[in-house]
Design a protein around this ligand. Structure first.
Ligand SMILES: [Zn+2]
Length: 86
């Protein structure tokens, strides 16, 4: 699947975030820093932010993946700037 097809298929934000989550963590959330599997969802942004319950590292579904940038499309063009250290 190309990125274009992906973006076309997942035009809805909610579906998009969910699909990206499953693409990134097919076996469930895993903190990129400490590998903890429990997390909080921070929904103050249009694309949810996932915060590790253990080390409080924050990550998005697309940070560090080839889908980086897709979230901008998912969010319907709004310019989000993520302060995540990724
Ligand atoms: Zn962690």
């Amino acid at each position: 699947m190309t990125l274009e097809q992906f973006q076309h298929q997942f035009s809805s934000e909610a579906i998009c975030a969910d699909a990206l989550f499953r693409l990134k963590w097919p076996d469930g959330f895993r903190c990129p820093r400490c590998e903890n599997s429990s997390f909080y969802v921070v929904k103050t942004r249009r694309i949810p932010l996932y915060e590790c319950q253990k080390c409080r590292h924050q990550t998005t579904v697309t940070s560090g993946t080839i889908m980086e940038g897709a979230e901008r499309n998912c969010a319907n063009g709004s310019q989000l700037s993520f302060s995540s250290s990724a």
